[in-house]
Design a protein around this ligand. Structure first.
Ligand SMILES: [Zn+2]
Length: 378
């Protein structure tokens, strides 16, 4: 009976471990998506957010050691007072030609003229190319970077390339090629009139590969009021081909949009086979010893979360899928402990029986484990 219990536990244990070894992302992949992936596996440029682990097979950089996004652990960042302040130039496009807004199947993207520049903050001048967004849905907050494991509802990335290269295409794979300015988007009580310049026409690009023209405006207003406090680290594109070419700046101050505006971002766009384009964020990647610098004292950042309306909201929305132990982990640990205890108990029992039996019948030791079980166990 004890032996049966032992074998049963062993089987359950191995099953649980087997289940938890599959990724969290895989759990969300339906058969339909798996089929899609198999069908299109010949196209190396095809990828989606459902199975992010599959990016590695077609895009080797995605498995590198300087990947983005990351979780920013505020207590572990290094305050660097020498980080130069960021100075932007040419961001006010009021009166300029119209801008192209596009649904490219992965995000909502606004093309930017390279007259928009980061003129101070880096060794070289960086020229703007495009900005885009990452978001979740009403249940899941969808920023890519996290602060102390907490996701914000959405995130904006303004992508720039090093002016020493002729184009973003040329710069994209170079170690000093790109500089991305990122900011967290939370929910506020009021409509954000600057974001409304984009979101009011989002319906016009609801289908994949569609685009529309929008009136130019001051793009600076899409970023937080203050750009003084930021985190800095070296990382990558957060989408394939995941080139490790991005000098990342994540601002500490956040932007707010109304709940209705966030819903427009989360619910309007479609991708592929008429599926909703949402949850277009990559899971935070391992730091592998990289240093995250802060332009401000970290004691401030440790207290900054949770105090504002935005942060409180994002914390309550956080689903906890990215942090702590998953249900599978807890089950695996529980069964592991049970397994160890059973093994210990079984060993002690076997030892005791062997000793008892060797005293009474030293010639039949090979039967020692099984014989007493039929005699004495109840
Ligand atoms: Zn991005």
């Amino acid at each position: 009976m004890l032996l049966e219990l032992f074998i049963t536990l062993l089987l359950i244990h191995s099953q649980v471990l087997g289940d938890t070894s599959s990724s969290e992302e895989d759990e969300n992949v339906s058969n339909e998506h798996e089929d899609d992936h198999k069908k299109s596996s010949s196209h190396s440029d095809h990828w989606d957010y459902h199975n992010q682990r599959s990016w590695l097979s077609a895009f080797t950089d995605c498995g590198g050691k300087s990947q983005s996004p990351i979780d920013i652990v505020t207590r572990e960042v290094t305050y660097d007072p020498r980080l130069p302040a960021i100075k932007l130039d040419g961001y006010d496009l009021s009166g300029h030609p119209e801008l192209t807004l596009q649904n490219n199947g992965h995000t909502l993207q606004l093309q930017l003229p390279n007259t928009m520049r980061i003129v101070k903050g880096f060794d070289q001048v960086y020229l703007a190319a495009q900005l885009h967004f990452h978001w979740g849905n009403t249940e899941v907050p969808g920023s890519e970077h996290t602060i102390d494991n907490v996701h914000f509802p959405a995130e904006i990335h303004v992508v720039h390339y090093n002016s020493k290269y002729a184009s973003i295409k040329e710069a994209a794979s170079k170690p000093d090629g790109l500089a991305v300015l990122g900011a967290f988007i939370g929910i506020g009580l009021h409509e954000n009139e600057n974001y409304e310049k984009i979101l009011s026409v989002i319906k016009d690009v609801s289908t994949e590969e569609s685009d529309t023209k929008i009136t130019s405006f001051n793009v600076r207003h899409l970023l937080p009021d203050s750009l003084e406090k930021f985190y800095r680290y070296t990382g990558s594109l957060t989408t394939p081909p995941c080139y490790q070419s991005v000098n990342w700046t994540m601002f500490n101050d956040t932007i707010t949009v109304s709940r209705k505006q966030l819903a427009a971002l989360e619910e309007t766009l479609k991708a592929g086979h008429n599926q909703r384009l949402s949850q277009n964020f990559r899971t935070p990647q391992n730091l592998y010893g990289r240093q995250v610098l802060a332009s401000f004292l970290t004691s401030h950042t440790a207290n900054a979360g949770g105090s504002s309306e935005t942060n409180t909201f994002s914390r309550t929305r956080a689903t906890g899928t990215q942090d702590g132990l998953t249900r599978g982990d807890i089950l695996a640990i529980a069964f592991g402990v049970l397994f160890a205890l059973t093994l210990l108990f079984f060993s002690m029992y076997a030892y005791r029986q062997r000793q008892k039996h060797s005293k009474s019948n030293p010639d039949s030791r090979q039967n020692v484990i099984y014989k007493p079980a039929t005699k004495e166990d109840v």
